[in-house]
Design a protein around this ligand. Structure first.
Ligand code: BG6
Length: 484
């Protein structure tokens, strides 16, 4: 059946930098449905050609070269622009007519992509329903919702209520672009398509897990969004908790959307709730020096640009294995990595010295950049008695497979077009994630919390985070990506 993709927020950054480039690449790979129209909606006064030119310019900038003329001109014929305001109900009836004309009153499947300011999501969904744009009887109607999905549990629930009033859950695709990354999907493959890891993937062999998403860039031009959000809500509620669930979940019986999501939900449900005492001892936050000089940031801002959180998953597989999650801006380098730190051997044969925990086996899953996997293990140093050294075996995507890895949005858009929600978050998943994050955010705003700690940029966050780990007999794996 022919297809129409309607993007709300068509003049925005995400559309220009991610959505259109992804759709363009899918078109070039011949993966878009044959008859697939792409309609951009926003308040800006573009016409079709002006919008196309705006997108072409940014595609050329991103690729650092003009796209192939022939490909682009064929792709551009699919792009149409509708100038309208999400807050104005009447514009939806005009949009409905516009779509009916464009689709020549033939049945089409439709996807609506909400990429506007999040405070407009509910209004947009309600208007889609009111004006008959989401009528499933006329062909499948799906909606993709960009993050952030709410700002806390209450707002996420209310957004879910608005969505469910118009779309069945099976037609709602909540984006977390981390799930579209090849290396994140590969984690599922590593765990569930190999038999050697699963037997040791538990509390009997694993001392702890570290999940780090470090970014070297400061907040920059996004400060008005960021200052009201902070790293905990910007990164933990979604990306870090998604990485945690994939690392910790049980194998689903089949690779099917609800089976995968059921397993992820079970992990979130098993996360030990924090008490006032554990909140103080298991969470810490920082702010990089200079953040308050970013334009638009108040000079007494307490917003967290770094956070570290220790979580426990109370089930048979993971009881008492800490999961350390941390993320920050203005850190040493850009790296997203999951470190599985194994236990030390029960008895050290080769040395009297007690080796620190960090010297035990370690599996580093490098999500980005330099995507790959490294297994660290002890080796005998030649010609040095029985001296040991930690060395590694590694796998790098770049070395093993040719070509650059596709951007996450390509996979996610294609899955949504094909009706596969495996890599999208379900309503209960999003709400449970907020149930974990809300108490931390509330605690940090309470008088019991210590003021945010200032850390020097371009290092690994506040010194206290390092000391905190050491007090627990552990070390952060503070290594920038080395695989190539
Ligand atoms: C976004 C956050 O969701 O993820 C940004 O809002 C962050 O603050 C970005 O920079 C990181 O994504 P990636 O894919 O570059 O790791």
């Amino acid at each position: 059946m022919p297809y129409t993709i309607v993007i709300f927020g068509a003049s925005g950054d995400l559309t220009r930098r991610k959505l259109i480039p992804a759709l363009y690449q899918l078109f070039r790979k011949n993966r878009l449905p044959k008859d697939c129209k792409i309609v951009g909606v926003s308040r800006s006064k573009f016409d079709d050609d002006a919008w196309r030119n705006h997108l072409l310019e940014s595609l050329s900038d991103l690729q650092k070269q003009d796209p192939d003329k022939n490909d682009w001109s064929q792709f551009a014929t699919r792009l149409r622009y509708f100038s309208g305001d999400i807050a104005v109900a009447e514009d939806f009836s005009n949009l409905s007519e516009f779509l009916a004309q464009l689709e020549a009153s033939q049945p089409h499947e439709r996807i609506f992509y909400l990429s506007t300011s999040p405070n407009l999501y509910s209004a947009a969904v309600t208007n889609l329903g009111k004006h008959g744009l989401a009528n499933q009887a006329e062909g499948s109607r799906r909606i993709i919702v960009e993050k952030p999905f709410g700002t806390n549990l209450a707002t996420a629930k209310s957004l879910n209520t608005s969505l469910h009033a118009v779309f069945p859950e099976s037609q709602i695709y909540r984006i977390d672009h981390y799930l579209g990354k090849e290396s994140v999907q590969n984690l599922l493959v590593l765990r569930f398509a190999n038999s050697i890891f699963e037997p040791i993937w538990n509390r009997n062999y694993i001392d702890h897990v570290q999940i780090t998403v470090a970014e070297s860039l400061p907040v920059g031009s996004r400060s008005s969004y960021y200052n009201a959000t902070g790293v905990l809500r910007d990164m933990f509620q979604n990306h870090l908790l998604q990485l945690l669930t994939i690392t910790a979940m049980e194998a689903p019986a089949r690779y099917a959307p609800n089976m995968i999501r059921d397993e992820k939900v079970k992990v979130l449900r098993a996360i030990r709730p924090m008490t006032p005492k554990t909140l103080a001892g298991s969470t810490l936050r920082g702010q990089y020096d200079g953040y308050r000089n970013e334009s638009g940031v108040p000079n007494d801002s307490q917003t967290d640009t770094f956070a570290a959180v220790k979580l426990f998953i109370d089930n048979w597989r993971w009881t008492d294995v800490p999961f350390y999650l941390r993320s920050g801006k203005a850190m040493s380098c850009r790296t997203t990595q999951i470190v599985i730190q194994f236990r030390k051997p029960p008895h050290m044969l080769f040395s009297d010295e007690a080796k620190p925990q960090a010297e035990a086996n370690r599996l580093v899953i490098q999500i980005q950049p330099a995507e790959g996997i490294q297994l660290h293990f002890q080796t005998k140093v030649p010609d040095a008695g029985m001296k040991l050294r930690l060395t590694d075996l590694d796998f790098s995507f770049q070395r093993e497979f040719s070509g650059a890895l596709p951007d996450a949005y390509q996979r996610l858009l294609l899955d949504a077009i094909n009706g596969d929600a495996s890599l999208f978050a379900r309503s209960d998943e999003v709400e449970l994630a907020w149930e974990i994050i809300d108490p931390i955010a509330n605690f940090w705003r309470s008088p019991a919390a210590t003021p945010v700690e200032i850390y020097p940029p371009q290092l690994w966050g506040p010194e206290t985070a390092t000391e905190w780990m050491r007090r627990q007999g552990r070390e952060w794996f503070d290594v920038c990506p080395v695989l190539n």
